[in-house]
Design a protein around this ligand. Structure first.
Ligand code: KE4
Length: 425
């Protein structure tokens, strides 16, 4: 038994499933998850000293790679000044300004401690602002584990086959409508029937939690038009795409202005963070300026703010150009290697978010993603893992390329992927 196996046995006695987030437990791919003890650049090292090229990237935050010196040094300096004050601090103002400067649709922003907190708060705000109850989400969309969203949710919920979680009351579920992603006609039909009772539409502008599924032309534009005509709130959940797919996220890439945006991951540089922001007159409804209550002991934590400030400082145009280039090499290389082995795959990606679907069809929604061969994904995943490449342990997730993935690492990944596809024949 190696150290990770021993640690996993210990962990399962005291942590549900041995993990603190379900997707980490390898349920979809079986086997023992390596227990990682350190990371540097694009390399993870497990408790047995085995190294892996990392494509989890902590599920998105590590866009610059792990233990980036500028961030580490800034955190070391900040820790020496204490870890949490519970009072206002300059750091939250600096990070808020950096986000407002980058994202035109965000005039005011509130920091919280996770994407889940941010989406829950944004929906409460949308309901307060419109006086309506119903929210619309899309099957396979994942917006954290708030009750309203655990209905046909993506990510770990779909991976584990519990897209609609027990414990969510009928009352809560009754206020959530779930439609097919990329199906603007379905949205139009729902609004014709129920538009007057809909508070908000929440959407991943590029879906990343059913695997990477880009918006079809007209989908996001259609959502904007519908929300304008029924005067309800369009929420872009950019926890994953924010500052990932472009300097100002997917709303810049597709030139659509949401009313509220959800952030997380990248803006904390790997420390716990979430945020929601948007039009000033909406955000001014949040306590203590307005009546909509939301609070958090560690919201705006100085360490998370410092890590976010340093991360955004480093995310300049040259980094996005590099990410585009290396991600394109990876996507095209994977297609080529699979073709050589005669294995049908569809590779879908936007910027440095990539998913390999084992299907010969385009994936435009959760049904398409579910119809892909996830057993074959598990075989592919395990071959790659055993050969030192750690993909996300689910076919419903995105691989993340970081600025630390240089061409030699990408080429090494492609060489191993070629052998992996051969092994599937
Ligand atoms: P957190 O509460 O996990 O910080 O954020 C929830 C969330 C909200 N919105 C989107 C678009 C997200 O992708 C997420 C979280 N992403 C998953 C990975 N697909 C987190 C990984 C996990 O659950 O362990």
């Amino acid at each position: 038994m190696n150290k990770s196996e021993r640690l996993f046995n210990e962990a399962r006695k005291i942590l549900p499933g041995g993990v603190n987030s379900p997707v980490r437990a390898f349920k979809a791919v079986s086997g023992t998850p390596p227990f990682i003890v350190s990371a540097k650049g694009c390399i993870l090292t497990d408790a047995d000293g085995k190294e892996y090229i990392d494509y989890i990237g902590s599920w998105g935050p590590m866009i610059l790679g792990h233990a980036r010196p500028e961030i580490t040094n800034a955190l070391i300096e900040a820790v020496r000044k204490g870890t949490s004050y519970g009072t206002p601090s300059p750091f939250e103002v600096v990070l808020a300004q950096a986000i407002v400067n980058r994202v035109p649709s965000v005039e005011k922003i509130r920091f919280v401690n996770s994407g889940t907190e941010a989406t829950m708060s944004a929906v409460r705000l949308a309901r307060a602002a419109t006086g309506k109850d119903v929210i619309v989400k899309f099957a396979g969309g994942y917006h954290g584990h708030g009750d309203s969203f655990l209905i046909q949710a993506g990510s770990g919920a779909t991976t584990l086959g519990i897209p609609t979680s027990p414990g969510v009351t009928r009352g809560v579920a009754g206020d959530t409508r779930v439609l097919r992603y990329n199906d603007i006609e379905a949205v139009n039909n729902l609004f014709r029937r129920e538009g007057k009772s809909i508070a908000a539409v929440i959407v991943e502008p590029v879906a990343g939690n059913m695997g990477v599924v880009p918006p079809q032309p007209g989908f996001l534009e259609g959502l904007r038009e519908i929300c304008d005509s029924y005067e309800n709130i369009l929420i872009f959940d950019e926890v994953m795409t924010g500052f990932r797919v472009a300097k100002a996220g997917a709303q810049q890439l597709y030139d659509i202005k949401p009313d509220l945006t959800i952030f997380g991951k990248v803006i904390g540089g790997g420390l716990p963070v979430g945020a929601y922001g948007g039009r000033a007159e909406l955000m001014s409804m949040i306590a203590p300026e307005g009546p909509v209550y939301q609070a958090g002991t560690l919201s705006g934590n100085p360490l998370a703010m410092v890590a976010g400030i340093e991360t955004l400082k480093l995310l300049d145009d040259s980094v996005y150009e590099k990410l585009e280039k290396s991600s394109a090499i990876l996507r095209e290389g994977l297609i080529r290697q699979a073709e050589k082995a005669g294995i049908p795959i569809t590779v879908q990606g936007v910027g440095s978010m990539i998913t390999v679907f084992f299907t010969d069809k385009q994936v435009e929604n959760l049904e398409d993603a579910s119809a892909a061969d996830h057993h074959r994904f598990a075989e592919f995943f395990n071959f790659m893992l055993n050969n030192g490449v750690h993909l996300p342990p689910s076919g419903y997730e995105a691989c993340f390329v970081s600025a630390a993935h240089d061409e030699s690492v990408i080429q090494k990944t492609l060489d191993i992927a070629g052998k992996a596809f051969e092994s599937l024949k």
